[in-house]
Design a protein around this ligand. Structure first.
Ligand code: DAH
Length: 347
């Protein structure tokens, strides 16, 4: 009987070519109604001696069958893998899917250049909130409630106390207050500002950078030297700078700063409206009242401040005709700037 089962089993094994058939053979021998199981089904009718004998025999067969099936399983597994490897060829000559590479936003390029320049001059880059108090955005900058200078900055108010900052100058007020030791300050603050404005050259959201220096014996000459270097760094070595008297409530004296037109070199063209000059910055010596409100004694300390629009620099440098392109995230627009920077490197 043992031999008969073994021979039949061997034949079954040889015929196996798939997992499916392994399962079938397994069931045929080891399943609930399988041949090996059947061997022990009438054990209860046997004598003790016979039980021992049949039990031993059944165990031997069971172990043998299990081992042999495992071997076949491994063989089939290998065969199936080989078959799969032969069939599933990979064509390594196929072009792969193009991976899009991001590029820095033109606005970000300007911010990084501005930061590099001022950090190299020993300034800190500081940050301030876009939702600001009326106090920091206006009152501490010498623009009390009802002051006519507020009209120039059409403001989004959140409530009478809070607003979306209209100028990064608000960070001047913060920095002076936060510097409780009243030590010298050299900082710039690039960031977003908001005004109720919307056309090709004005957006309700735009970027500014504010600068503030407070120390002993800071003069207008320091401001002039700093801004001249800054203009050359941003717009090219040949850039000339001129200062015109102006008014800002938080500086006295105040100036507006023009740069020679980088398109025509000052000869006159449509960009500079034939004047040869382009206005880029507001600046001045920090008003004594503003110093006082910031906790600095104006008899001891002086300072200068300046502010400029960052979008304008991006628009000039990359010849972008409409500010709204900077905020609509059109990939076709954004992809151009790596190439433009290479062609038009201003260092
Ligand atoms: N905050 C001014 C504006 O938005 C720009 C400005 C002018 C900033 C003069 C200054 C400054 O710090 O001294 O129009």
């Amino acid at each position: 009987m043992e031999k008969e089962i073994q021979e039949a089993f061997q034949k079954d094994l040889e015929r196996i070519t798939s997992y499916q058939e392994i399962q079938e053979v397994k069931n045929k021998y080891l399943g609930k109604k399988g041949i090996v199981t059947e061997l022990t089904s009438n054990m209860k009718d046997l004598s003790v001696e016979e039980k021992k004998e049949v039990g031993r025999l059944a165990n031997t067969i069971r172990t043998y069958v299990t081992e042999e099936i495992t071997k076949v399983e491994q063989r089939i597994e290998k065969e199936e893998l080989n078959r799969k490897l032969e069939k599933d060829t990979i064509d390594i000559s196929l072009p792969s899917e193009k991976i899009r590479r991001g590029s820095r936003h033109p606005f970000q390029r300007i911010v990084e250049d501005v930061e590099d320049f001022f950090v190299s001059m020993g300034y800190d880059v500081v940050d301030g909130p876009e939702v600001e108090t009326d106090e920091n955005c206006f009152q501490r900058l010498n623009v009390p409630l009802g002051h006519p200078a507020r009209d120039a900055q059409d403001t989004f108010y959140i409530d009478p106390e809070y607003l979306l900052r209209t100028q990064t100058s608000s960070v001047q007020a913060r920095t002076m207050q936060q510097n409780t030791e009243k030590t010298p300050i050299r900082m710039i603050c690039p960031g977003k500002v908001y005004r109720r404005d919307d056309d090709a050259t004005h957006s309700h959201q735009f970027g500014q950078v504010e600068g503030l220096v407070i120390d002993k014996n800071v003069s207008l000459a320091d401001l002039k030297g700093t801004l001249e270097l800054f203009a050359k760094k941003m717009l090219g070595e040949n850039t000339k700078v001129r200062f015109r008297p102006s008014f800002f409530p938080f500086t006295e004296p105040s100036v507006e700063v023009d740069v020679s037109c980088f398109k025509c070199g000052g000869k006159g063209c449509p960009l500079c409206k034939q004047s040869g000059w382009i206005e880029v910055l507001g600046a001045g010596m920090v008003h004594p009242h503003v110093l006082e409100m910031g906790g600095y004694d104006p008899k001891e300390w002086t300072g200068f401040a300046f502010g400029t629009g960052l979008d304008r620099f991006a628009m000039f440098r990359y010849e972008i005709p409409d500010i709204r392109y900077l905020y609509t995230n059109d990939i076709r627009f954004l992809e151009q700037f790596d190439r433009k920077d290479e062609e038009n490197e201003i260092k």
